[in-house]
Design a protein around this ligand. Structure first.
Ligand code: C2E
Ligand code: MG
Ligand code: MG
Ligand code: MG
Length: 279
């Protein structure tokens, strides 16, 4: 009986694996189509100065409007895009779209427009041999200044092998800046920060959300800001949802903030309205 139960379990397991593979390949095919069918679009979340409230930057965040499933979060498809190599196309789409939009805002809003566009780079894009040339071509085609672009990478990506570090330095040589996204959730520590070719630290939302309730988190964030300052890195706090969090981070001299307290990720028309409504 035990043997039969084991056999059943093995069959169930095989079935579950097949089902998972089937779903993945369905999503993969749909995603392949989505890239060409205009189902992907980009929303923009403002990043504001915690000193004076000015809009400093926007972060481009990809969305998928699926004809049947509705709005799909990047959390649910970036992973599959990575595994299937589609991330190269998705990434290029987001970068091109974001840079174009950035230039439209420059023309439309002048000095009120955000001065910096932040775009997430994913692990699967880094080893791609044409990445640096592709980024350079998009900057060139849109007429952006390289310094107006910031690419966000995660700690685990940036701390990888020498090849990755070289690729990151090649990107920086274009004149753009790099931000370390979700800082505090990865493997690298404050001690190894000085080895990474980054300009900005984005303190992860999981720390910000506990500022009001946990002394431990307050100390961690404060130390992070101090170390960043000593390395001449800028700091951005992610996921600020309350006035109190914004106040505490400002008091810690964190430079910038991003989160629902200021604005959710916005479509282009919504962003225009948000910007117009500001004093
Ligand atoms: P991320 O780069 O750390 O982006 C911040 C995420 O936090 C966004 O989720 C944003 O909507 C969310 N967020 C911002 N403020 C708040 C807040 O106050 N409270 C809460 N609860 N959440 C907040 P989103 O857009 O779902 O993106 C999730 C992740 O997916 C991103 O994390 C990023 O890692 C990835 N991603 C998004 N767009 C792209 C893209 O174009 N390319 C790549 N490679 N990855 C992307
Ligand atoms: Mg990001
Ligand atoms: Mg982040
Ligand atoms: Mg985060």
């Amino acid at each position: 009986a035990a043997k039969r139960a084991g056999g059943n379990r093995a069959m169930e397991f095989a079935h579950a694996l097949r089902e998972q593979a089937r779903q993945r390949s369905a999503t993969e095919n749909e995603l392949r189509r989505a890239v060409h069918a205009d189902e992907l679009f980009v929303v923009y979340q403002p990043v504001v100065s915690l000193r004076n409230g000015r809009v400093e930057a926007v972060e481009a965040l990809v969305r998928w409007r699926h004809p049947v499933r509705g709005l799909v979060s990047p959390v649910d498809f970036i992973g599959i895009a990575e595994e299937t190599g589609l991330i190269v196309e998705v990434g290029a789409f987001v970068l091109r779209e974001a840079c174009r939009q950035f230039m439209r805002w420059q023309r439309q809003h002048g000095t009120r427009a955000p001065a910096l566009m932040a775009v997430n780079l994913s692990r699967g894009q880094l080893p791609h041999p044409s990445l640096v040339d592709d980024v350079a071509a998009i900057i060139e085609a849109t007429g952006m200044r390289p310094g107006q672009l910031q690419l966000e990478v995660t700690e685990s990506m940036a701390a990888q092998d020498a090849a990755v570090q070289t690729r990151l330095r090649d990107l920086k040589r274009l004149g753009l800046t790099l931000a370390l996204d979700d800082f505090g959730t990865g493997y690298s520590s404050l001690a190894s920060l000085h080895q990474l070719p980054v300009d900005v630290l984005k303190i992860d939302r999981s720390f910000v959300s506990q500022l009001e309730t946990s002394r431990h988190h307050r100390v961690l964030v404060e130390s992070t800001v101090r170390v960043a300052q000593s390395l001449a890195l800028r700091t951005v706090a992610e996921g600020i949802e309350t006035e109190a969090q914004a106040g505490m981070l400002a008091a810690m001299q964190c430079d910038k903030g991003q989160g629902y307290h200021f604005a959710r990720p916005l479509g282009v028309a919504e962003f225009d309205a948000w910007l117009q409504a500001r004093p």
